[in-house]
Design a protein around this ligand. Structure first.
Ligand code: SF4
Length: 94
């Protein structure tokens, strides 16, 4: 969920193996690595988290999304089934 909206719905296996929404990708990249030998830098999303009371126009994630394009700033993506049992709220999933 991002700003109170579902952004991706999938089986646990599919979600972790191949996340399709950029926010899901960012969340998984931010999971700390417990083994110090393989520890790297955590991925941190740039930008401020918008207020859920006053989200930006278009996709609520567009102010922080590395894939954002003009359409993202103008049009709220629908929550749509992109594969059987796989739902994503993004104009450009995957
Ligand atoms: S719709 Fe655009 S801004 Fe929103 S998550 Fe998808 S690519 Fe990013």
């Amino acid at each position: 969920m991002y700003l109170g909206r579902l952004v991706e719905l999938a089986s646990e296996e599919a979600l972790f193996e191949r996340p399709l929404h950029p926010y899901t990708v960012a969340l998984i990249a931010a999971v700390p690595e417990p083994d110090p030998a393989t520890r790297g830098r955590l991925a941190v999303l740039p930008g401020e988290i918008p207020s859920p009371l006053s989200p930006p126009p278009g996709c609520p994630f567009n102010t922080r999304c590395p894939k954002a394009e003009a359409r993202c700033r103008a049009e709220l993506p629908e929550f749509r089934e992109v594969e059987a049992g796989r739902w994503v709220r993004c104009h450009f999933p995957g």
